[in-house]
Design a protein around this ligand. Sequence first.
Ligand SMILES: NC(=O)c1ccc[n+]([C@@H]2O[C@H](COP(=O)([O-])OP(=O)(O)OC[C@H]3O[C@@H](n4cnc5c(N)ncnc54)[C@H](O)[C@@H]3O)[C@@H](O)[C@H]2O)c1
Length: 328
Amino acid sequence: MTVRVAVAGAGAIGEIVARDIYPDLTTVALTAVVDPDLDRAARVAKHNGARAAAALVDVLDEIDAVDVRVPHHVHAEVALTAIEHGKHVLVEKPIATTVEDARRIVDAARAAGVVLAVAENYPHLRAVQDARSLLAENAIGRPLAVRSTRAYQLDGVWRRDWREGTGPAGGILLDQGTHQVSLIRQLAGPVVAVSAVGSHETLALTLQLESGITAQSLLTWQSPGTWDQTEATVFGETGRLDVVVDYEQHLGGCALWTPDRNEQRGAENYYASHASIVNDWATAIQEHRDPLVHGDEGLADLAAVLAAANSLEENGAFVEVSPSRRSA
Ligand SMILES: NC(=O)c1ccc[n+]([C@@H]2O[C@H](COP(=O)([O-])OP(=O)(O)OC[C@H]3O[C@@H](n4cnc5c(N)ncnc54)[C@H](O)[C@@H]3O)[C@@H](O)[C@H]2O)c1
């Protein structure tokens, strides 16, 4: 069965996935594009011959699932409306802007028996999967520390407006922090406490992990924007692993460095992961299984960045991430 999807939100990422991702996938049919800005919805819908609508309730009879690409502070409202009507949901990161809303989404999806996936890219990227396999085969010995950076330019396609500052969308912490926590969790496991210093434009996080090791993450969206990328390194007892994810070209990948082994694996463009995200969600619906990044994972990422937000208010004091909000 092909999953009939409405993309909710015809802004920057809604247009990218509708134009570049949906037409190539056989598991999904983009049936409707929903946006209160009907002109925008119509522009995006034309890529797939889909119907444009101003409200989700107008298309519920024609769809099986909703792909939520709206601003952060609207995620919960749209996801819960879809779930209440028995629709499967793929929701952009961060899953919501409060732990309470995220828990409500996860619980509602479970009660309704629908598949809930979070559009978090890192678990889908080959560079990250390669790093995880090398870590699983003990290629660098016991991990000792992790560091990551995410530097990019917010202006341009990802225009500032609702993303900015301390508003309901949470600034860089909710926009990029959830990505970085996800990446660190993929490489080194659950986060138990976080300290954060900086501003809502540039931040340094220190994360204490359940394994006992420490991770550091630097986030900025004030870089010149000529080379948008994420980097992470896991330092181990016998070597190091570098993960580089490029946003524009097919550079980067995973590199292993030890005294007697050096391997460079796979280069991949970040946006290619959106095909895997949508396809995995659709296949999970068809096969009645969990998606790769289920709601609890999104909740774990959110809980860690909200602990960081509290830490920012407390001059960088470590703030515990509640155990019930964690996931490996
Ligand atoms: N995973 C990624 O790689 C990635 C990349 C970019 C953006 N995002 C996420 O995607 C989401 C959207 O970001 P964007 O840059 O496309 O935002 P945007 O502002 O460009 O677009 C958002 C769109 O949602 C519409 N909208 C608002 N309320 C709505 C509702 N109730 N129903 C339907 N549409 C509604 C707006 O009119 C707007 O057109 C954010 O959560 C962001 O974090 C993820």
